[in-house]
Design a protein around this ligand. Structure first.
Ligand code: THU
Length: 135
């Protein structure tokens, strides 16, 4: 299903759950499955800064933990409070590559409602995957 106001409302709700007392940079992720389920993700920081978990990965880990598998996902929407939408970090790109279809829509948004649509094919060209392991 195409991007809609619903995606924006849900990802902003997900963002409100972020735990980001160190960076104060709250990120939300809204992951939809092809069978209509929804998972929220938010960044979860730690006093040991390097242990922060990003919103994108937190939504995917939630879905996989509930039994969803690679290929089950319809779209992921991400939001930040910034002048322009932010793009997933390298680690998140690698995890999206593992779990999501190469052409699955990735909607990047900000508090103003700006939206950039992309895919992991575009964000991680020539990325490493299970195919490289001949699996
Ligand atoms: N962060 C995300 O949640 N997703 C990204 O793709 C980039 C960064 C979080 C991690 C950290 O809690 C905060 O944003 C600042 O880097």
């Amino acid at each position: 299903m195409a991007y809609s106001q619903n995606h924006f409302n849900k990802v902003r709700e997900a963002q409100s759950r972020a735990y980001a007392p160190y960076s104060n940079f709250k990120v939300g992720a809204y992951l939809k499955t092809k069978d209509g389920k929804e998972f929220y993700g938010a960044n979860v920081e730690n006093a040991a800064y390097g242990e922060a978990i990003c919103a994108e990965r937190s939504s995917l880990v939630a879905a996989i933990s509930q039994g969803y598998r690679p290929g089950d996902f319809e779209s992921i929407t991400v939001t930040v409070d910034a002048e322009s939408p932010s793009s997933p970090c390298g680690a998140c790109r690698q995890v999206i590559k593992e779990l999501c279809d190469d052409d699955m829509p990735i909607y990047l948004t900000n508090h103003k409602g700006d939206m950039i649509e992309t895919t992991i094919r575009e964000l991680l060209p020539l990325g490493f995957s299970g195919k490289d392991l001949n699996l």
